[in-house]
Design a protein around this ligand. Sequence first.
Ligand code: FES
Length: 181
Amino acid sequence: MAKKKDSLLDSCITRRAFLLGSGAVVAGTVLLTTVPGFEGRAMAARMTTYPRKKIGRLSRLKVDSPVEFTYPDSGKNSRCILVKLGVPAGGGIGRMRDVVAFNTLCTHMGGGLSRMYKSADKVLGPCPFHQSTFDLTRHGMIVSGHATESLPQVLLELDGDDIYAVGMIGLIYGRYDNLKG
Ligand code: FES
């Protein structure tokens, strides 16, 4: 089962790397073994880094209680959630590797997902437009609905008790560059 999970994760990242590699958003190739939550994975993926922004404190997070923030800018498409899932997740930080963050615009046609977290399944969705649902334990991978792209995941860093957003994997819906609408 663990092997199947790993191969799903690898294919998710590989696909994103390919898609991002064909667009203007690419800022660089980063070996994911250097990114918290990706240690031990011998693969590389393209991702975009942005200025570090403090988005919360680990000690203030409660399991299954998402906190909203904006990243990488303050535009309306930049709405994200930070959530402590209570179970380990891809790219998660913290002692349990269970703290993750995602942009909340559906990758299909931009439906708003910020209030659609379902704690029982650790998913975001279903989207109010066409029912797409995204797995927050597996890098925002689509699990049902019309969307074909995973949710953009916010890369996180932990500095003491402070949580910082430092970059993203994926492209925010409606943008050709995550910093340009
Ligand atoms: S906009 Fe979300 S499924 Fe279509």
